[in-house]
Design a protein around this ligand. Structure first.
Ligand code: ATP
Length: 345
């Protein structure tokens, strides 16, 4: 395993700047996620780390070694892609022993290594099967075993759950997260699915249009987003216009206390997560007229309009099934749940 760093890396394709001066340090054994919308540069970042692309500027290091000019076959990376690209003319065991064989590992050792990995991933009974006969989840595990069999310095996962059904994704997310933890393998995990990244990664890099917007633990990114983009990309966000003066936040619909220690003043954007808003039928900080209700099983998501016309998304308890569109609800804000972001307007 290795620590991996991108230092001021830029990648241009003709006039497109796919990655713009990005620096990310991945600690030895850390699972780092890269998330962001389509085209933000996630896959390019991963391909640069793997060596399939060469940086236009900047340096990529494994430990202290500058690998920027090193071709992929000499970097010893384990790769799991969207389609697992398993070799269909080989058994599962053949797939897992292939990499070590190419690296000159002897037959007995590579078979033992493969058996150990299949056991670890709980698929030892699939050793003799043809990959085409496996379910998506089973193929994913074989893909992972194959990537790990070369004892990679870094494991690179690019949307490894695409195409799996929602329930399986949820199960695999937990299993894979646990497994990566247990293995202690340095991992770069690329996904557009922020929920997967939140539940599986030690830290997450949020990218937008080639730029790194923020890097932090899932809790930091969720609770203290650096800007409106991150706030809106991770989870559901209410971003409300307001003004801060003398420890109070003034919204168009009323005033509330500012969180303790708030340093900003003047025009700001305030982030408040739907699940942090108190909802009731009586007293509150503001009134919201419900415009839409979405039943989501575990709770009900409601959108509504505040007195100043701003929209607010709420999370209602399932017991509030009698709420209808057109109803007015009172909402309360706890100062400590209000996160003030510098206004960009
Ligand atoms: P997605 O989630 O859709 O896979 P992504 O975040 O992985 O997107 P990239 O594939 O890294 O995004 O692409 C980033 C930008 O670089 C895009 O504008 C893309 O069109 C461009 N790009 C990527 N590869 C090439 C290439 N080989 N030649 C030209 N432009 C490219």
């Amino acid at each position: 395993m290795a620590k991996v760093s991108l230092e001021n890396v830029t990648k241009r394709f003709d006039s497109t700047v796919a990655i713009d001066d990005v620096s990310i340090d991945i600690a030895d054994g850390e699972v780092m996620g890269i998330v962001g919308p389509s085209g933000c540069g996630k896959t390019t970042a991963l391909r640069l780390v793997a060596g399939f692309e060469t940086a236009t500027d900047g340096t990529i290091r494994y430990d202290d070694e500058d690998v920027t000019p090193v071709p992929p076959e000499n970097r010893n990376v384990g790769l799991v892609f969207q389609s697992y690209a398993l070799f269909n003319n080989m058994s599962v065991l053949g797939n897992v022993t292939f990499g070590p064989k190419m690296h000159g590992v002897g037959k007995a050792e590579r078979r033992e290594r493969a058996r150990e990995l299949l056991e670890l991933l709980d698929i030892e009974e699939l050793a003799d099967r043809d990959p085409q006969t496996l379910s998506g989840g089973q193929q994913q595990r074989v893909g992972l075993a194959r990537a790990l069999a070369i004892e990679p310095r870094i494991l690179l996962l690019d949307e490894p759950m695409t195409g799996l059904d929602a329930k399986l994704k949820q199960t695999l997310r937990q299993e894979l997260g646990q497994l990566l933890d247990d293995l202690g393998v340095t991992t770069l995990y690329v996904t557009h699915d922020q929920e997967q990244a939140m539940s599986m990664c030690d830290r997450i890099a949020v990218m937008n249009d080639g730029h790194l917007e923020q890097i932090g633990t899932p809790a930091e990114i969720y609770e203290e987003p650096a800007n409106e983009f991150v706030a809106g990309f991770i989870g559901t966000a209410n971003l409300l216009d307001a003004t801060v003066t003398d420890g109070r936040i003034s919204f168009g619909f009323g005033d509330v206390d500012a969180p303790d220690g708030l340093r900003s003043s003047g025009d700001v954007t305030v982030l408040v997560r739907p699940d942090d808003i108190r909802v009731g039928n009586g007293e509150g900080d503001a009134a919201v007229e419900v415009t839409n209700l979405f039943y989501q099983g575990e709770h009900i998501q409601a959108t509504g309009t505040l007195a100043d016309g701003q929209e607010l998304t709420l999370q209602l308890d399932r017991s509030l099934t009698n709420v209808e569109t057109g109803d007015t609800l009172s909402v309360g804000f706890d100062p400590e749940t209000l996160h003030v972001i510098r206004s960009t307007k």
